[in-house]
Design a protein around this ligand. Sequence first.
Ligand code: AMP
Length: 478
Amino acid sequence: MTNENTSAGNTISTGNTAELTGFAALGITGALLKATHGAGFTEPKPIQTQAIPPQMEGRDIFGIAQTGSGKTAAFALPILSKIIALGTKRRAKTTRALILAPTRELAVQIEDTIKILAKGAHVSTALVLGGVSRFSQVKKVAPGVDILIATPGRLTDLVREGDLILSDTKWLVLDEGDRMLDMGFINDVKRIAKATAPDRQTVLFSATMPNEIAELAKGLLKNPIRVEVAPQSTAAAEIVQGVVFARTKQKRQVLSTMLADEAMKSVIIFSRTKHGADRVTKDLERDGFKAAVIHGNKSQNARQKALNDFREGSVRILVATDIAARGIDVPGISHVVNFDLPDEAESYVHRIGRTGRNGMDGIAITLCDPSENSKLRQVERIIRSKLPIVADHLGSPDPVRNPAEKNERFEPANDRNDRNGRRDGRRPGGQNNGFGKKRFGDKPAFAGAGERKPEGAKPFKGNNKRRFGGKRPAARAA
Ligand code: AMP
């Protein structure tokens, strides 16, 4: 039987009169096809049409796609299909497939999608994430799992301690590669990839393609098929964007006045720093608004609760840092407010991409202090258009601060409290089993609660030798 993609890439001639359509045409069959339809996925999205058939043939994939494109099912369905076909064959402390994600929220979201798609099949999944109990994760992977979804830091710890063995891992997915890079995970990722089976199949997805990602792809992927759905760094068309000029001292009042408008049904407010996110949340509460907040100093449970409350609509305002919000798929966000401009202009595109999804309208408003003008120009360069000015408050005086608040000490929230005293849930040390020694300064350990640097900024700028216990890591890991 010869399989042939039509111009739509979606219908395959089977050599007889019957024609397969939808996911069946991409090679998805049986219980998996049923569960896919059960999930409401009847027509494949373009990234799925492009990426599933070559993966089914065993090819590596280099995908440029953003969250919202349907990339999770694009990489998960072929892996599930193969694992189901092979049947149950797990070895203790191993995983057959490994999916690496930069943030805990994205990892949780990926596992949720996989569980839905694997409904009715005997496929085991597990999560390995920082910020939650290490013990329960070790217990979960002890008998061996089919698909492990992990953030690189905690996974590195488990491998280093000998609680997880990657040599049987035949499928490796790196999701949001560019964000992994931004968060300083790249060496962890290379080390992890090197520990997996040499004949593995690898998929790398990234929303953008900086040079370092192209380099990473060269090192990790074998003769990959390149798939791409959204033009790089181009904001979605259905988002109405605008800028409000306001001095930093005016931003709180401007924001509260905006939020009084009930048309702002579901709002995500971005802050460049964790400290800033806490302050915005506190100021909103003082101004009578209920808001949830997510950032890297919050425990996994607190982050998940904030996200659930926002998703379910019990709070209409979510304050987030770029990294914590990355990859989050909450449908129906009506407005994105940038309380400040991001350090990297590309983050602007990711921020505003939280709204205007699935053909719905979205509005993105950016508050800009004169000191942020150069960042605004960089954003305008990237989106290739000038942001219309919605309002300009620069001629107005600064609001007078409530004297009662003046004496209040602002305590940035930090509810992450590991027994070992570290915020990322990692152990302070570890044996050296060839997977690196304890590393100081690695993201996200020891990031100060009150720090003002952007979340995810690389914390270590000195000599790399110290960071890797005197040894430089191999330049290319696979
Ligand atoms: P992702 O980019 O993987 O985060 O997916 C974005 C959203 O699209 C998720 O809410 C998925 O449930 C949804 N989705 C993915 N594939 C399909 C499909 N073929 N049909 C309908 N919805 C889909």
